[in-house]
Design a protein. Structure first.
Ligand SMILES: Cc1cc2nc3c(=O)[nH]c(=O)nc-3n(C[C@H](O)[C@H](O)[C@H](O)COP(=O)(O)OP(=O)(O)OC[C@H]3O[C@@H](n4cnc5c(N)ncnc54)[C@H](O)[C@@H]3O)c2cc1C
Length: 427
């Protein structure tokens, strides 16, 4: 007996490794390199399609707490992320290539995992499947899921940020430093009021790509920079170009985050964009220090699909219709690298438990992960948007505690609950 995992992204890689860890054979289906998505560039497993940051490590930040929970539950993807981490202030930033290469090796060298390259257009309902094909799931498979599961799928548009080479930057106009921490993790490009005005005008007048079914359904947490600019002259100064967090006063600051251990590539933080490539060169070269920037990757815009988990999924991440079909990762309506990874872990663990005839686990709600899964599977919304970990999702009873104490109490409770869950998973 074996389990099929469809999609070798973050969720699928974690699921496959967890299932193999339980001594069960896995067929891991991945359509790349035969068919690439609009965002993936390689055939590597767990490719990070945009930023190389997995977000905060601070436990008082919901995504930091989620990471702690995932780490304690034995996430193999996070283990690799820590191994290849780069300086990133309070965030877990990784060397994307080394990270994905190591995960690919772990998968390819695992005797329990058989890799099957090629697009899956339909899945067998009489076998155990974990579907983790992500926000860029191919349309034929999405159609097959709709037919078999009787589900609705939703979508939104978002965009990725450009990457430039360090050697093409004029570092004399930039400085190293991080907002809020005493580290030199970012390259910062300060702008005067005049420079900001010139940049703003060029940005809002620049030509954009407009896909044929583009109808401006953006995900609020990942808005293209030009969409932020359109909301008002100063809106970027309250978003990605905020000048706060440094001792000296600036009008606006663009931050560039290191991309690799070799320190040769930098990503423009928060510069997701749908501008044409020619316009990106023209407009982003107006940023001080980027006048001659070489673009290693341009920003771009994508349609992201996800399922209405509140209609079709149980808290075990099984579908209501077929208990042997699991959905995890961004496709199940969570948003973010860590969120995708850790739902892959739960779906993988539960798929293995189903095969072994063990009772499936639901993550306790007094944890960030449990709160997140509860939200995606039980919210009453007609059109839910993908959800990141956040403290607004935690059970109602915590809101009677004052805000500062609330997090502390919840973090302590989460530690205890995750410990118990870990024991069940490993028994
Ligand atoms: C353009 C873009 C930028 C993003 N940027 C960020 C970011 O900066 N930070 C962040 O936290 N999150 C980001 N996200 C959101 C999300 O965290 C990532 O999409 C994450 O990679 C989701 O993990 P996943 O495993 O669910 O899907 P993926 O990592 O996308 O993996 C899905 C895999 O399934 C494969 N696949 C698809 N269809 C089929 C099929 N029919 N048959 C076989 N294989 C198939 C794909 O090739 C892919 O390898 C971004 C998403 C997108 C689309």
């Amino acid at each position: 007996m074996k389990i099929n995992v469809i999609g070798g992204g973050l969720a699928g890689s974690e699921a496959a490794l967890q299932i193999a860890r339980q001594g069960i054979d896995v067929f891991l289906y991945e359509m790349r390199p035969q068919r690439l998505t609009e965002a993936h560039k390689t055939s590597l497993f767990a490719e990070l399609v945009c930023s190389n940051s997995l977000g905060s490590l601070d436990m008082k930040d919901a995504r930091g707490l989620l990471k702690e929970e995932a780490k304690n539950l034995g996430s193999l993807i996070l283990q690799v992320a820590f191994k290849y981490s780069l300086p990133g202030g309070k965030a877990l930033v990784v060397d994307r290539e080394k990270f994905s290469k190591e995960i690919t090796k772990l998968i390819e060298d695992n005797p329990r995992i058989k890799v099957k390259r090629g697009e899956v257009t339909n899945f067998p309902v009489d076998e155990i499947n974990v579907i983790t094909t992500g926000p860029l799931t191919s349309s034929d498979l999405l159609y097959d899921m709709k037919e078999k599961l009787g589900m609705t799928s939703l979508y939104f548009f978002d965009a990725i940020s450009p990457i430039v080479t360090k050697e093409s930057l004029d570092l004399s106009k930039m400085f190293y430093g991080a907002r809020y921490t005493e580290t030199n993790d970012y390259l910062n490009s300060p702008m005067t009021e005049e420079e900001y005005k010139t940049f703003y005008n060029a940005l809002i007048n620049a030509e954009k790509h407009t896909p044929h079914d583009f109808d401006k359904v953006f995900f609020e947490a990942c808005l293209p920079v030009e969409e932020i600019a359109k909301r008002g002259f100063d809106s970027m100064r309250f978003g990605p170009l905020t000048p706060v967090g440094f001792n000296k006063k600036y009008h606006a600051i663009v931050q560039l985050r290191r991309e690799n251990i070799e320190d040769t590539l930098y990503e423009l933080v928060g510069f997701q964009t749908s501008l044409t490539y020619a316009e990106q060169k023209k407009v982003f070269r107006l940023i001080p220090g980027l006048e001659n920037a070489d673009f290693e990757r341009f920003g771009s815009i994508h349609k992201n699909s996800y399922v209405k988990s509140n209609e079709i999924l149980l808290s075990t991440l099984q579908t209501k219709k077929f208990k042997n079909i699991f959905i995890a990762g961004q496709l199940c309506g969570v948003e973010g690298y860590t969120e995708s990874t850790v739902t892959g872990l739960i779906a993988g663990v539960n798929a293995a438990r189903l095969l072994k005839d063990k009772e499936l686990v639901s993550v306790p709600q007094d944890t960030m992960l449990g709160s997140l899964i509860k939200f995606i599977t039980q919210n009453q919304l007609q059109n839910p948007q993908p959800m990141r970990a956040n403290f607004g999702l935690i059970p109602q009873e915590y809101f009677s505690i004052n805000k500062i104490k609330r997090k502390e109490v919840f973090i302590e409770k989460s530690k205890a609950e995750i410990e118990k869950l870990k024991e069940i998973i490993n028994e």
